[in-house]
Design a protein. Structure first.
Lengths: 318, 318
């Protein structure tokens, strides 16, 4: 055994690491049984429990020299919490599978789970269990659970011709940040930080459900790619209009420096975890949604400023 | 795109792979919304939902040249389903995080998820969602959910002095099989198969809860190591008596060939996912539990045939 902050996972050992990770656990009214037994036990809303899983792999999703362990924990939690929000739901709890090499500093693992908890605290959810295993690189598998909106989950399949398409949150920031890091730059910091961890508009999810959203999706692959998922699930076409878009100042500067059209970042960049939703034309858009297009009848596709846009967005194994 | 059975993950692509995996999905009465949206939605028992997570990593937990993809899928599902059974619960659903190299044959990935489903079918549970990502090696992260027994979850902490300690299922088989494989042997097949995937006594979990089990645990680290978890959580000592144990014939043969005491496999070998439970002395042990010891007052420890036994069992990062 080593001092509180020192030592590798090999020196600290699996069970002492789990003890340190779970020592910090808070509970909420949803948690009937937290870490320490073979399973956790969660109370459910009358509508059931939403559940979603995301895996982040070192070297694929993040690099330890580009992000802090807190950043990586926050990002891992955000990926799943944003999925719950995209159903109009309220996240309640999370389990984490944590894989890491034996020579990883235990302090890194503890900071990473502290990052998970920071993100969970933003939505009032808690860590209720998990698994710790050896792996050749850091792997974080997070499964988030949550309560659906009283009106039921908002699916991808409910968009109707005539609906307004609206966006809450940032798009293109994480992609711009990743491109900067890939070229060896660490600024503008606001963009680089956006790659390190997203800032999903969690509250916008339940607000959209309450405002009558007909469809919603977490923008994780890219705005056009995820709009296409809604179009395909709903059997409609989606028209986006970029003419009114403000290009954020740091993105303008970076795009100019690299001779890149910032619209490409905003249309195809993933990992920002904005929420894209459709609303009846009569609905009042809840904050911070802004209208960016409309739903029309037709073959499922996404048109940007009148032109069908194919491809784009992130897909694994390419 | 490639033919139905051919191609690597790179050739098939993330979204087509997900489509093929989820095409086979059955549903059960618990599943209000299955794969295809940002989250699944599960109906809950009045007592809430049990949730547990296990991660299996290629090269750490399994090798692709020692196990078939179906074996690995079965084993991954079993690890979490057995945790639900160990709470006295009934598994209902599972989400899977699947990481793999881009050059993995898509047929391997599909066979692995078929293995998950085979195991799920044993308990009437279904696959409701997941995530597919690129990773340097195959990683399976499974999160199982289930319904607690009507009498509530059976914890590790309820063992009382005077209770009978009972075991359902096999111990030592997977460890023996792993040792055989590590030395280059592939027989006795029944032991090697036990490493490839366990045969947890799922039904014994709810049966134990109904029979009044005071504590229960999934034997995944090793019989003594997991008995120690119960002893520590309950603040009691556990005495095991091996004098009446039958050593299974294939284990006798393998142990003799390698000059190993088969009791070491049975006491310290993990990954068989037996269930270890404690019952009031007055309880009638449900099938297939057999008494193997008793709970006594005293400092938390495990004594085997009268001698305290420390260490043993599997721990990561060693």
């Amino acid at each position: 055994m080593t001092s509180e902050s020192g030592g590798t996972l090999r020196e600290v050992g699996e069970f002492a690491l789990i003890e340190r990770i779970t020592a910090a656990d808070g509970l909420n009214e949803t948690v009937l049984l937290g870490p320490g037994d073979d399973t956790a036990l969660i109370r459910c809303a009358p509508g059931g429990v939403l559940v979603t899983c995301d895996v982040l792999v070192e070297g694929v999703h993040f690099r330890r020299d580009w992000s802090t362990p807190v950043d990586i924990g926050r990002r891992a939690a955000a990926a799943s919490l944003a999925d719950v929000a995209a159903m109009g739901g309220q996240p309640t709890s999370l389990v984490v599978g944590f894989g890491a090499p034996a020579d990883l500093p235990a302090a890194w693992a503890l900071a990473c789970t502290a990052g998970l908890r920071e993100e969970l605290a933003l939505v009032g959810a808690v860590l209720v269990g998990g698994d710790v295993v050896e792996a050749p690189q850091v792997v974080l598998s997070v499964t988030a659970m949550g309560s659906p909106a009283p009106s039921g989950p908002v699916l991808r399949s409910g968009a109707q011709p005539g609906d307004v398409v609206a966006l809450a949150g940032r798009v293109g920031w994480a992609a711009a940040g990743l491109q900067l890091l890939s070229r060896g730059f660490r600024s503008p910091k606001v963009l680089v930080d956006a790659h390190r961890y997203p800032v999903p508009p969690y509250g916008a999810g339940p607000a959209a459900a309450e405002a009558g959203a007909t469809a919603m999706i977490d923008v994780s692959d890219g705005l056009v790619a995820d709009a296409r998922h809604v179009a395909e699930a709903s059997g409609v076409a989606i028209e986006l209009d970029t003419s009114g878009w403000d290009i954020p100042e740091p993105m303008q500067a970076a795009a100019a420096a690299y001779n890149i059209d910032p619209h490409d970042w905003m249309l195809d960049g993933g990992d920002d975890h904005a929420l894209l939703a459709t609303f009846p034309a009569s609905a009042r858009l809840p904050e911070p949604f802004v209208a960016i297009g409309r739903v029309v009848a037709g073959d499922p596709e996404v048109r940007v400023d009148g032109t069908a846009r194919s491809g784009g967005g992130h897909a694994h194994f390419r």
